[in-house]
Design a protein around this ligand. Structure first.
Ligand code: GLV
Length: 326
């Protein structure tokens, strides 16, 4: 029987078929296995089911002498050295599609919470401060009529655009290719990146982390933004230069931010951004809908099974692997 290592507990339903065809070991802790543990587990396994917090680098991959498949339970796979996986003939699975709506929902929750200062208002009430109704009290941004900029108009960017349409927003976007379908559906307008940064009232990031998107939001691009603008990031922390963002918030170069991801994660407890009322931070939970997480687990397990059987994965992050021989 093939041996499989799963780096965290996942939905029991999803595991059922797998346990009948493979010898499965599940890491029991809430925190990821340390690198040394991961390296020792790689010896002898044919399949690895990983999460985005597991650094699956070259050293880990080459240690898996019998490895047939890496299956990640996430849409993003920047924690995996896919080049080494490809060179070694190992397909890498991921779980796009099923988490689109949940991630767009969370993006929208952050966006609304920041725009309408929900956390700040909630904290005031809990602190015993109920300010009398006043024309200027806790005023935020009106969404209707404002411009939402979307960088990365893939599945999640499109789901966010649909929500923006419902809220009466103007939508600008930048992507590496024109997305005519969403233009027709929502009236979104393609623009160059510089324009999206400078014209948006709210800018939302929906790109994979790669060499080209790393620190796409930096001192230079933040300087293009309106001083009244809000930045929302539910993509990857590394897409934003954290130091530049911190400076932009402290120097009021932008008005506020809603972040589900940060570089590094977790954000250090003494980080000055945690003391800012205009910054809302959640701990990388954008896809955390119960049904969504079940579906992600099911796809991850199916990818793993397909990989063990030498069949094509449902969603493969390195499809070029199929044109290479091991
Ligand atoms: C979450 O961040 C994911 O990539 O699925």
């Amino acid at each position: 029987m093939d041996k499989v290592f799963i780096t965290r507990k996942i939905s029991a339903d999803a595991l059922e078929i797998l346990t009948s065809i493979a010898n499965v070991e599940i890491w029991p802790e809430e925190t990821p296995p340390q690198k040394d543990t991961l390296l020792s587990k790689m010896e002898g396994i044919s399949g690895l089911l990983s999460l985005l917090t597991d650094p699956i680098d070259r050293e880990v991959i080459v240690k898996g002498k019998n490895l047939k498949v890496i299956s990640q339970m996430a849409v993003g796979f920047d924690n995996i050295d896919t080049k080494t996986a490809t060179t070694n003939g190992i397909p890498v699975g991921h779980t796009p599609g099923v988490l689109t709506e949940a991630t767009a929902d969370h993006t929208w929750a952050l966006l609304m919470a920041v725009a309408r200062r929900i956390v700040e208002a909630h904290n005031e009430v809990h602190d015993g401060i109920w300010r009398p109704w006043g024309p200027d009290v806790l005023c935020g941004m009106d969404l209707s009529g404002s411009t939402l900029g979307i960088i990365g108009m893939g599945r999640i960017g499109k789901a966010v655009a649909r929500r923006a349409k419902g809220f009466g927003m103007r939508i600008l976007y930048y992507d590496t290719s024109l997305q005519k379908d969403i233009e027709a559906e929502t009236g979104a307008i393609f623009s160059d990146m510089k324009n999206v940064f400078s014209q948006s009232d709210i800018l939302s990031l929906h790109v994979y982390l790669s060499e080209t998107t790393k620190q796409l939001v930096n001192a230079k691009t933040l300087a293009l933004m309106k001083p009244t603008a809000i930045l929302i990031n539910t993509s990857r922390g590394g897409v934003v230069d954290s130091i530049a963002l911190t400076n932009a918030i402290l120097e009021k170069k932008i008005a506020a931010a809603g972040l589900d991801v940060f570089d590094p994660e977790p954000i250090p407890l003494n980080h000055i951004l945690l003391q800012q009322k205009n910054v809302i931070i959640t701990p990388h939970i954008a896809s955390a809908g119960k049904t969504t997480r079940q579906k992600m687990a099911q796809i991850a397990v199916q990818n793993l099974i397909n990989g063990l059987r030498g069949e094509p994965l449902l969603h493969c992050a390195n499809p070029e692997v199929y044109s290479k021989s091991k």
